[in-house]
Design a protein around this ligand. Structure first.
Ligand SMILES: Nc1ncnc2c1ncn2[C@@H]1O[C@H](COP(=O)(O)OP(=O)(O)O)[C@@H](O)[C@H]1O
Ligand SMILES: [Mg+2]
Length: 363
């Protein structure tokens, strides 16, 4: 039996748990053994993933972070390193030379393609003709007024960096936007100059997830987010990762997703996520492109592999095989998953996949 020795960092986060679970399922489905070492900064969440060895590591920003990973790689004979959270993936990509020297494989985008800030994304995509919302950098209250004059109302204001819709809010007037910036600055969550304000996109909330190898698109799928958890107790209604989403098959969404990744990267390599909102006319517009895994991407792959009994759907499995330089099953470049399947999840309630032909409990 093949044995793979893999290190997953951030293994206790929701995305990391999904990734480890998908690998475990792939192992049982294709008859491979995975020896998985997981690292995690959070002292509690490290309990979640099913690991062979669990190790606490310092934060990605700690000067000892890279040395800690290299030590684990040596000690456990790790062959493939998967840094799951983007903050950690970025540090690994920045220090790629040291990991190459250690002889460990990775399948990662360039450092600059991981967690790019929203202004970089906006400028890069606009220059390359990809649809983006009209956006202003907020350096002063005058910028806010200009944005309302130019773009109309309502607008969407948010932090220029970070994930999960960080400090995002729909605002209906310059006064609201100014108060939002002021409150967040006074309370120390942000500094002056940290916000962007842009056209509010009222349409469908979409995501495009894609796996690339040496500049070529390997496979991808698109979905619509339908519900977020705890939306009624959050100001924006956007709480990071959706509790209900459904697969869609939509050529225009695929096209904009692929163009967004190509605009960000001259040679995409690894996993890339695109967030897309539709404008009032139903046109897909890109709000984010990032060389990262969306939280549920490995879960979708795992869910379909389990429900339809075919490992080709398991994105984490395809990724590991590519990372090891091995062949993968035949997969389509777009629309890997059949349309109109719902992934339904909620804290303490488990994970369900529901679609034509049935309902499956995934976790
Ligand atoms: N201009 C916008 N208008 C309306 N909603 C938006 C807009 N930009 C982002 N959102 C919502 O916020 C979510 C998070 O924004 P996104 O651009 O993906 O950045 P990040 O995930 O890095 O915080 C999006 O999925 C979308 O639901
Ligand atoms: Mg996003």
């Amino acid at each position: 039996m093949v044995e793979r020795r893999i290190l997953v960092t951030g293994a206790g986060g929701m995305g990391g748990v999904n990734f480890v679970r998908a690998l475990r399922f792939a192992g049982s489905q294709v008859g491979e053994r995975h020896f998985i070492v997981g690292t995690e900064f959070n002292p509690y969440h490290i309990e979640f993933p099913e690991l062979d060895v669990a190790i606490r590591t310092p934060r990605h920003s700690d000067p000892g972070f890279v040395d800690a990973l290299l030590g684990i790689i040596r000690e456990h004979g790790i062959e493939f390193l998967h840094p799951h959270p983007s903050s950690e993936a970025r540090v690994v990509a920045e220090n790629r030379g040291r990991f190459d020297e250690a002889g460990v494989r990775t399948l990662l985008p360039e450092a600059g393609e991981i967690m790019p800030d929203k202004l970089h994304i906006y400028n890069r995509l606009r220059e390359r003709g990809v649809a983006v919302p009209g956006t202003f950098h907020v350096r002063s209250t005058e910028d806010i007024r200009e944005a309302f004059r130019e773009l109309g109302s309502p607008l969407w204001i948010r932090h220029v960096s970070g994930a999960g819709g960080r400090l995002g809010l729909r605002v209906d007037s310059a006064e609201e936007a100014e108060l939002w910036v002021r409150l967040n600055v006074v309370q120390g969550r942000a500094r002056e100059g940290d916000f962007i304000i842009q056209e509010y996109l009222p349409g469908r909330d979409l995501a495009f997830d894609s796996l690339w190898f040496e500049g070529e698109l390997v496979t991808s799928y698109a979905r619509e987010r339908l519900e977020y958890p705890f939306r009624h107790i959050s100001l924006s209604g956007i709480t990071g990762t959706p509790s209900v989403a459904r697969t869609i098959v939509d050529g225009a969404v695929n096209e904009v997703g692929i163009s967004a990744v190509r605009a960000l990267s001259g040679r995409p390599h690894g996993f890339y996520s695109v967030d897309i909102k539709e404008d009032a006319g139903g046109r897909p517009v890109v709000t984010e492109v990032d060389g990262k895994w969306h939280t549920t991407a490995p879960l979708w792959g795992h869910a379909f592999a389990r429900a339809l009994g075919d490992p080709k759907y398991n994105l984490a499995h395809l990724y590991i095989r590519l990372g090891y330089g091995e062949g993968i099953p035949d997969v389509p470049r777009t629309d890997l998953f059949p349309e109109d399947y719902y992934l339904i999840r909620q804290m303490d309630s488990g994970v369900i996949l529901r679609g034509r032909g049935g309902k499956w409990r995934i976790a």
